[in-house]
Design a protein around this ligand. Structure first.
Ligand SMILES: C[S@@+](CC[C@H](N)C(=O)[O-])C[C@H]1O[C@@H](n2cnc3c(N)ncnc32)[C@H](O)[C@@H]1O
Length: 207
């Protein structure tokens, strides 16, 4: 089903940089962060997982590769990223349903998912869209389900502050400080907001 077009920030900031997105992530070791996020989600056979802002599909494909009995849906507004994601799943020989759409206007019923994951996408959203997305995530999660977030935090280290400013801009990351993300999650109605260590901001909580 097509979705009314809205502006969004694509994976690498600009369409023409999309071919460099996966190589850059490999260089930055994002795969290891995805593995930590997957471990933290405590997936079980039969679970349904929604990956919001799935981009080129690395996390969604990784989840399904590790847990073949888990159903995975990847959602992103960017048809070019989704095309890469579908090819990636095919190459990996796994089945993932990739859909075009926006995190704050989910076309899924209430309580359809056991887990929602979202990696490196929060900083792409302005504040009202972040709030809208978290409300929607809570709606589609079954009671007792959980959201697992991974994103760049606002680093106080000079070297990573320089890199994150270069890539993402200081304003976006200011909104990603731990207390702000935690407050957003609590305001949206999540019950147990938890930061799980690492270089990135990660919140896991049960709705
Ligand atoms: C940096 S990429 C992250 C991709 C992937 N999750 C990963 O870990 O590599 C951020 C993604 O968020 C998507 N995005 C931007 N606005 C969005 C929105 N309103 N709803 C859902 N996804 C959005 C972009 O299209 C982009 O693919």
């Amino acid at each position: 089903m097509s979705h009314p077009h809205r502006a969004y920030i694509p994976a690498a900031g600009h369409d023409f940089l999309l071919p460099f997105y996966d190589p850059l992530n490999r260089l930055l070791g994002v795969g290891a962060l995805h593995d930590e996020l997957i471990a933290e989600a405590h997936l079980e056979p039969g679970h349904r997982v929604l990956d919001v802002g799935c981009g080129t599909g690395s996390l969604a494909v990784r989840i399904r590769g590790k847990y073949p009995q888990v159903e995975v849906v990847g959602l992103d507004p960017d048809p070019k990223a989704l095309a890469i994601a579908r090819r990636k799943a095919e190459r990996a020989g796994v089945t993932v349903r990739f859909e075009q759409g926006y995190g704050d206007a989910l076309r899924f019923g209430d309580a359809e998912f056991d887990r929602v994951t979202s990696s490196l996408m929060l900083h792409h959203l302005d504040l009202p869209t972040r709030r809208g997305m978290l409300r929607e995530v809570l709606r589609v999660l079954r009671p007792g389900g959980s959201l697992h977030l991974l994103d760049f935090g606002r680093s106080e280290e000079r070297s990573s502050r320089f890199l994150s400013r270069l890539l993402y801009g200081a304003e976006d990351l200011r909104e990603n400080s731990d207390p702000r993300v935690a407050a957003l999650l609590t305001d949206a109605g999540f019950e147990a907001v938890e930061r799980v260590a690492g270089a990135a901001t990660r919140g896991a909580q049960t709705g």
